[in-house]
Design a protein around this ligand. Structure first.
Ligand SMILES: [Ca+2]
Ligand SMILES: [Ca+2]
Ligand SMILES: [Ca+2]
Length: 219
């Protein structure tokens, strides 16, 4: 009787272990791909700047400002973008790459925005990722860098550029820094070999225990 209880306990433990293992294999098969990670610190300081590594200015102008001492409005952030350049026509910063997304992808978008820090008036920017995402953010002039995070679930395949479209035309715009765009495709398919191995291992364990119990019963 004691052995029978032990067998049940061990079988339960084995099943739990197998389920846990399956869970681990499933989650580890999800791949996160970083599509853009940009702190603008390698760019060249300049007004009406349009030589970005990852971006085109597709309308209006933007300024690249910051350290050292070039309109460094919020020191400690290296270099960053003033979304309203110096031509009284705020800019659209659009990713050079159009990214492919598939149904089931989970997209993470993270960026830092700050108010213009100069004129006491709010500014806004419309952030878009093709048909997947479109949201307008408005920040007061005195607001420091704030991190915004959005999670986007892709329901059908599409291609999209990430874009930051500043609004206004007074040469004093929102500040942008630390953009991260990443996509996770949860495949949810555990590796068949691992699962078979675990099942075989579990069956062997239960089988040998049963055998031992039968022998014990006969004795
Ligand atoms: Ca920066
Ligand atoms: Ca400006
Ligand atoms: Ca403005």
């Amino acid at each position: 009787m004691i052995q029978s209880k032990l067998l049940k306990t061990l079988t339960k433990a084995g099943l739990t272990l197998m389920l846990l293992s399956v869970g681990l294999f499933t989650s580890s098969s999800a791949k996160a791909a970083v599509l853009i990670q940009d702190n603008f610190d390698v760019e060249t300081l300049g007004l009406n700047y349009n030589s970005f590594a990852n971006w085109n200015v597709t309308d209006g102008t933007v300024d690249l400002i910051g350290n050292p001492n070039f309109f460094d409005l919020i020191p400690g952030n290296g270099r960053y973008v003033d979304l309203d350049g110096s031509t009284a026509n705020s800019g659209i910063l659009a990713s050079k790459t159009a990214f492919n997304f598939n149904a089931g992808d989970v997209v993470n978008l993270v960026f830092d925005l700050a108010g213009n820090r100069r004129d006491g008036q709010s500014d806004s920017v419309t952030v878009s990722l093709g048909s997947l995402f479109n949201e307008t953010f408005t920040l007061a002039s005195n607001q420091g860098f704030t991190t915004f995070t959005r999670t986007i679930n892709v329901t059908s395949a599409t291609t999209a550029n990430l874009a930051f479209a500043g609004a206004g035309g007074d040469n004093i715009g929102l500040l942008l820094d630390d953009v991260i765009l990443e996509s996770t495709a949860p495949t949810s398919v555990p590796e068949p070999a691992s699962i078979l191995g675990l099942l075989a291992f579990g069956a062997l364990g239960i089988g040998s225990l049963s055998q031992r119990q039968q022998q014990a019963n006969k004795a």
